[in-house]
Design a protein around this ligand. Structure first.
Ligand code: ARG
Length: 421
């Protein structure tokens, strides 16, 4: 049996620390939150006057609020395929992609993904947005940006990639939206596509954090790494050695997955221990970060490997067994093995495995977004008493993500609880 512990309120803790400052700042905080609410639809200067009554923010009126992956979804950011560019074929890309696609990267790196394919992805995602809206979810989109523009920092030169996968860069923890620092040079400036949205959320009262930006200088990457064989990669990954070094913190948001006060993460090709430690200290003491590891030669983003879909309910990829699975069984969780993906071999998946089939998005505990073609996955959900909402995003899959990757849930109705005792 799964035990669930309810916590006070829905917002992040830190009550104790707040107490001292509260007497001094309470009035100011009240003005500011009021002002933010009243300017939510404009960018006018904050109308602060000394005699406005105190009006504290509550978790309920914050535009950003999510505690897990399955509470009823109210607002979501859905990525864009428009202008998607193939990243230049650098060491970190080589280590993260399958050898069969290396010639594709060599040929297309720095240029757009095949145009007709992107066009199909764009219309699939439009349809996905329509269906989400039909299911009662507010859909927000990032800005269209020209990702082919070359940029230069003191440490490197690159072109960009896309704003297709908001999951990779944004994570919502309670009332806070965190921008991940990223680890690929081609994704250094990806946050720019989301800034208009994030500024709006901030004006309306959300807490906004950007994690320390890495320099992404040569020292962040093991230059020798991709020269090894797949068997070698297996061994290296098992030893905790990846293409990214511990030179400075880096992480992608998609390596984290939330279940109330417990957040699970993997050390991956894009998330290093320093990055995990930054998140651990940032979110302590309210949240506990648990490091998981999987038998996976190429870990990158936890959501096609270990996808938590309900309170004590997780899809665990059978090709990538979790080394800590007993911990979940002991806590009373149900570990579900999803069926083999049905995506055909000849369909291009430039940036991922076929396991996007389990990369689903929960609309609530009983409704899930699943690919129309993944009939065996739909059957699995049926046996779990979960209704499949079907959309086909096969061409969108080619850019490296399923429904979970293509979205960031901004607001889910629910409170902070513990599901892992
Ligand atoms: N690396 C995973 C795989 O190949 C795909 C994960 C995609 N997730 C994401 N958030 N972009 O199976």
């Amino acid at each position: 049996m799964l035990r669930v512990r309810c916590l006070r309120g829905g917002s992040r803790g830190a009550e104790a620390a707040h107490l001292i400052g509260a007497m001094v700042s309470r009035v100011v905080t009240g003005w500011v939150s009021r002002a933010f609410r009243s300017t939510s639809s404009s960018t006018a200067a904050l109308p602060l006057t000394a005699d406005e009554p105190v009006n504290e923010h509550t978790a309920e009126d914050c535009p950003v609020c999510a505690h897990n992956e399955w509470d009823p979804l109210e607002e979501v950011i859905v990525g864009r395929a428009e202008n998607a560019c193939v990243p230049p074929f650098t060491v970190e890309i080589k280590a993260n992609t399958y050898e069969k696609y290396w010639p594709f990267y060599q040929q297309h790196g720095g240029h757009t993904f095949p145009k007709d394919h992107v066009k199909k992805a764009v219309s699939e995602i439009e349809e996905m947005c329509n269906i989400l809206q039909h299911e009662g979810v507010t859909v927000r989109r990032p800005e269209p940006i020209d990702w082919s523009v070359e940029y230069k920092t003191p440490d490197f030169t690159s072109t960009g990639m896309y704003a297709a996968m908001p999951r990779d860069i944004l994570i919502v923890v309670g009332n806070e939206i965190i921008e991940a620092p990223m680890a690929w040079r081609a994704r250094f400036f990806e946050y720019r596509a989301y800034r208009p949205l994030i500024k709006e959320y901030f004006r309306r009262g959300a807490k906004w954090t950007t994690a320390p930006k890495p320099t992404m200088s040569d020292q962040l990457y093991d230059q020798e790494y991709p020269m090894r064989t797949v068997e070698d990669r297996h061994k290296l990954a098992a030893q905790g050695k990846f293409v990214t070094t511990e030179f400075e913190p880096c992480f992608d948001a998609a390596d984290f997955i939330r279940a109330g006060t417990d957040i699970f993460v993997q050390r991956s090709q894009v998330t290093n221990y320093m990055g995990i430690e930054w998140m651990r200290r940032h979110l302590a003491p309210t949240y506990k970060i648990h490091i998981l590891s999987f038998k996976d030669p190429n870990p990158m983003h936890i959501d096609a490997t270990f996808n938590i879909i309900g309170p004590g309910l997780v899809l665990s990829n059978p090709d990538r067994p979790c080394r800590q699975i007993e911990m979940f069984k002991k806590a009373g969780w149900t570990v579900v093995t999803p069926p083999t993906p049905l995506i055909p071999d000849n369909h291009p998946l430039w940036m991922s495995s076929k396991w996007l089939s389990m990369n689903v998005l929960m609309l609530d505990e009983k409704r899930v977004l699943v690919d129309t073609n993944e009939t065996s996955t739909q059957k699995m959900f049926e046996s779990l008493g979960i209704k499949s909402i079907k959309v086909s995003i096969r061409h969108a899959n080619s850019l490296g993500g399923g429904f979970h990757c293509w979205t960031t849930d901004v607001r889910r109705r629910g409170t902070l609880q513990s599901y892992f005792l």
